[in-house]
Design a protein around this ligand. Structure first.
Ligand code: NAI
Length: 453
């Protein structure tokens, strides 16, 4: 079967690329060994946010009395929450399958391996079939890292993929890694009443984000009863009598944390196992496929995008790279701006960040200023009973040119787009200050932050 393009991996990077290719007239095949949607839809963004939505509502309902609402005893049923989550996953998966049909993209089930220039071998059970194409795009994503910790393979020590399927309440949970996945699961299970301990090796939670965001999250988590140990590296996990697990970690001294289950989320690594035939491998760098600015690998006609190339491992970044790669192949000028990729964390309240932090601007030698607005005086936040939060803008001192924004507040993951748009357009804080934002909204705090007088 001859195609213009074969895309390997039907995650957000792969299916967006395949649909863009079809829209631009390329005869396209999309190969997937599991279900379409990739990590994002099947084991990541969508299922976690579906569960977090339920857990957040549970937390709010317990406090509903304060709003004059009597609820009686508020209980949750994790099995039903899982069903609701699965409904969302299946509905979105069907959307991808329907789009593939409508756009005449051949969705092929099987495990693909690139076996030569323009040739892809697909195994489905015992069957093998070779497909050919002018171009091949690799979008195989990433999978969780299992660090070399003693006891990591014991029952009860799980990755986020496994914990996402859990249907039973958990009494206590140790989370190894206070990064994005760790903090979203801490927020989820804390809301469901689990005794959560987070152990993070670096001096702050969310080491890739702004210090103040991390500090605020740590304080909020502690207030809710989560134990947070930073600067603490887990050395070993042991089994106790009765099946409980004991994590041995070193902070200032050797300590232990005991729990019913241990979640390991210390990062993800590119997925390239079995992807290339012997003697036909593109250049790699620390496990990632190397690409140039046109998403070309070192092998002619073979491209790669998304997590498998390392860099920012985010669904929206992979999707934009996928569409951009196809536009490059078709010499289209209308590419998406990859300079500003927002980061969003769906804790409660949400966290979002785009562009530079004040520390990063300083390290880059830019004379920058920043302005922070607390959400405590924001009308909408007061109405909804929002917790501590803030919006910070970072801008060039002399010109007012926006450099970045960080926020922790309700709807932060939506509000951040206003700053992403402004950064992409090269706007100043004065430009942002001219915009009228409706009252009462969370976005009014943006007006306050950018009115620098
Ligand atoms: P991460 O890189 O965000 O965090 C892993 C953390 O584990 C780091 O802070 C690291 O210092 C710590 N760590 C490593 N070894 C350790 C040890 N032995 N003991 C204690 N701590 C240790 O990785 P994470 O959270 O697993 O997420 C993986 C990827 O998935 C990330 O690239 C993330 O961007 C993406 N993701 C994004 C989401 C979002 O945007 N909302 C949600 C979930 C995942």
């Amino acid at each position: 079967m001859e195609y213009d393009l074969i895309v390997i991996g039907a995650g957000p990077g792969g299916y967006e690329a395949a649909f863009e290719a079809a829209d631009l007239g390329m005869k396209t095949a999309l190969i997937e060994k599991e279900e379409p949607g990739g990590t994002c839809l099947n084991h990541g963004c969508i299922p976690t946010k579906a569960l977090l939505h339920g857990a957040g509502l549970f937390r709010k309902m317990k406090d509903a009395e304060a709003l004059g609402i009597s609820t009686g005893e508020v209980l949750y049923d994790l099995r039903k929450m899982q069903e609701r989550k699965q409904d969302a996953v299946l509905r979105l998966r069907k959307g991808i399958e329907d789009s593939a049909k409508r756009k005449k993209v051949d969705l092929i089930r099987g495990t693909a391996a690139v076996c030569g220039k323009g040739r892809v071998l697909v195994r489905t059970g015992a069957e093998e079939q070779t497909f050919t194409a002018g171009r091949i795009l690799i979008a195989t994503g990433s999978r969780p890292v299992k660090p070399p910790i003693d006891g990591i393979d014991m029952p009860g020590v799980v990755t986020s993929d496994e914990l996402l399927e859990n249907e039973e309440p958990i009494g206590s949970l140790v989370i190894i890694g206070g990064g994005v996945i760790g903090m979203e699961f801490a927020s989820l299970y804390e809301a469901l009443g689990t005794k959560v301990t987070v152990i993070e090796a670096m001096p702050q939670l969310l080491p890739n984000l702004d210090r103040e965001l991390a500090q605020s999250l740590k304080m909020l988590m502690k207030k809710r009863g989560v134990t947070v140990c930073t600067g603490a590296r887990v050395e070993a996990i042991r089994q106790r009598k009765g099946g409980r697990l004991l994590c041995e970690y070193t902070a200032e001294k050797s300590e232990t944390a005991e729990a019913d289950a241990v979640l390991v989320c210390v990062g993800r690594r590119p997925y390239t196992e079995g992807l290339f035939a012997e003697g036909f491998r593109p250049e790699m760098e620390r496990g990632c496929i190397r690409v140039n600015e046109r998403y070309e690998t070192s092998l002619p006609g073979i491209y790669a995008i998304g997590d498998v190339t390392g860099g920012v491992m985010l669904a929206h970044a992979a999707a934009a790279e996928g569409r951009n790669a196809i536009r490059e192949m078709n010499a289209r000028p209308d590419k998406e701006d990859m300079r500003w990729i927002p980061s969003c964390i769906y804790t409660e309240p949400e966290i979002a960040s785009v562009g530079m932090t004040a520390d990063e601007a300083k390290a880059a030698g830019i004379e920058a200023e920043s302005r922070k607005v607390l959400m405590g005086a924001n009308g909408r936040t007061v109405i909804t009973g929002g917790e501590r939060g803030f919006i910070r803008v970072v801008y060039e001192k002399e010109t007012g040119k926006l450099l970045g924004a960080q926020m922790m507040c309700e709807r932060a993951t939506d509000l951040i787009s206003e700053f992403t748009q402004a950064l992409s357009a090269g706007q100043t804080v004065q430009d942002l200050a001219r915009v009228i934002r409706p009252h009462p909204t969370f976005s009014e705090a943006i007006s306050e932050a950018v009115r620098i007088g």
